[in-house]
Design a protein around this ligand. Structure first.
Ligand SMILES: C[S@@+](CC[C@H](N)C(=O)[O-])C[C@H]1O[C@@H](n2cnc3c(N)ncnc32)[C@H](O)[C@@H]1O
Length: 338
C-alpha cells in the first residue's frame, strides 16, 4: 500500500500519485492562501466556494448527487458525462454526443462483446442500459448516492431489463463483488471522485475477469513537464475551487493512471486525450443552466447544486489553460494460462 497523506482539503490521497498535494503544504483544517489571478467568474465564486472545508468526501458526494441528479436528468437525460464532439464533424445533439463518448471509449479498448459488466460510479444507470441493449449483457452498478441507485433501478425496471441490471450503494474502493467477476469494468467519469487512485485501480483490476477489459474515462490534470514536481500554485488554486464544489479529492495525470494500470498487471494499455473533443460540452451545460427551466431547477435543487453550476466556467477555463485534461485509459487483464 502506498503512503497516504492528507490533501490540502483534508481528503486522503496516495502520496506517490498526488502531484497536487504537497505534504509540506498540508495543514489540517487550514485553507491555503488563494492565488488565482483575479477574474470576474473567479472573484464571484471565491467567497462562495471557500466558505468551509468539506468534512467528509463520501457523504459530500452522496449528497451532491442526491440533490443534483433529478435536475440533470430533466435537462440532459440519463447520461451524466461529457459528450464527444470531434472537430469537423457535422453538428449533433448533446445526447448523441454522450452516446458517441461511450462508443468511442469502447473502440479504444477494442470491445466488441460483453457478457457481464460492472458500472463503477453508475449515476442513474445510463451506461448500463445502453451497453446492455447493445451487447445483451448483465450489469451491476454502484454509486454512493442512494437516490441515484433507486432511480437507476426504477428506470431499468420500467424499461423491462428485469434482473439483468442491478444497482446498489457501494464504494468503488471496496467493491462488494468477488474477484474476477466481470468481462467489462466500466468507469465513466467517476475516477475523479476517488480519493485513493491506487486503490481504485487495484479494485478495478481485482474484479476484472482474466481476459476482461478495464475502461476508465476521467478528468485528469495535465502531465507534468520533465523536472516539474507539482502543478503551479495558481493551477492548484483553480483546481481547489472546482474540487470543493464538485466534491473531488486530489487529481492526477493520465501518466499516473497509466503507471497504476501497469502496476496492477493490466496489459495492452491505451490512453487518449480527448480534451479537444469534449470542448463544446461546458458551454452547452452552461447554456442549459441559463434557460428559465434551468434557473428554476437550480433554485429548487438547492445550494449544493447551485455551487456546482457556479463553478462550470472554471472547468471551461481549466480546459482552456491546458490544465484540465479529459482522458481515457483502457487495459486488459491477461487471460489465465490454459
Ligand atoms: C459524474 S457521475 C457519472 C455517472 C455515470 N457514470 C454516467 O456517466 O452517467 C459520477 C458518479 O460517480 C459516483 N461515485 C463517486 N465516488 C464513488 C465511490 N467512491 N464509489 C462509488 N461511486 C462513486 C457518484 O455517486 C456518481 O454516480
Amino acid at each position: 500500500m502506498s503512503p497516504q497523506v492528507l490533501c490540502r482539503r483534508g481528503f486522503l490521497v496516495s502520496e506517490r500519485y498526488s502531484t497536487r498535494c504537497n505534504p509540506m503544504m498540508v495543514g489540517r483544517g487550514k485553507r491555503p492562501a488563494v492565488m488565482v489571478r483575479a477574474g470576474v467568474v473567479e472573484s464571484l465564486i471565491k467567497p462562495i466556494t471557500t466558505l468551509g472545508k468539506v468534512a467528509d468526501l463520501k457523504s459530500g458526494i452522496a449528497t451532491f448527487y442526491d440533490e443534483s441528479s433529478e435536475l440533470w436528468e430533466k435537462m440532459w437525460g440519463e447520461h451524466m458525462h461529457h459528450g464527444y464532439y470531434p472537430k469537423g464533424a457535422p453538428p449533433k445533439g448533446n445526447q448523441q454526443a454522450q452516446i458517441d463518448m461511450i462508443e468511442e471509449s469502447l473502440k479504444v479498448a477494442g470491445v466488441t462483446a460483453v457478457r457481464n459488466m460492472v458500472d463503477v460510479g453508475c449515476g442513474i444507470g445510463g451506461s448500463s442500459r445502453y451497453l446492455s441493449r447493445k451487447f445483451g449483457c448483465r450489469s451491476s452498478g454502484i454509486t454512493l448516492s442512494p437516490k441515484q441507485a433507486a432511480r437507476a433501478t426504477a428506470i431499468s425496471q420500467a424499461e423491462g431489463f428485469g434482473d439483468k441490471l442491478s444497482f446498489q450503494v457501494a464504494d468503488a474502493l471496496a467493491q462488494p463483488f468477488e474477484s474476477a467477476s466481470f468481462d467489462l469494468v466500466w468507469s465513466m467519469e467517476s475516477g475523479e471522485h476517488m480519493p485513493d487512485k491506487r486503490r481504485f485501480v487495484s479494485e478495478l483490476a481485482r474484479v476484472c475477469a482474466p481476459g476482461g477489459v478495464v475502461i476508465v474515462v476521467t478528468w485528469c490534470h495535465r502531465v507534468l513537464a520533465p523536472g516539474e514536481v507539482a502543478l503551479r500554485s495558481e493551477e492548484e488554486a483553480l483546481l481547489d475551487r472546482i474540487c470543493e464544489a464538485y466534491y473531488l479529492p486530489a487529481w492526477c495525470s493520465v501518466a499516473d493512471y497509466q503507471q497504476l494500470f501497469e502496476d496492477n498487471g493490466l496489459v495492452d494499455i491505451q490512453t487518449r486525450d480527448w480534451s479537444e473533443e469534449v470542448s463544446p460540452f461546458w458551454g452547452a451545460v452552461i447554456a442549459t443552466a441559463l434557460t428559465s427551466e434551468g434557473v428554476v431547477g437550480l433554485l429548487r435543487a438547492g445550494w449544493t447544486t447551485i455551487k456546482g453550476a457556479l463553478v462550470m466556467p472554471l472547468m471551461a477555463e481549466g480546459f482552456r489553460r491546458g490544465l484540465i485534461k479529459f482522458n481515457v485509459i483502457t487495459g486488459r487483464k491477461p487471460a489465465a494460462p490454459s
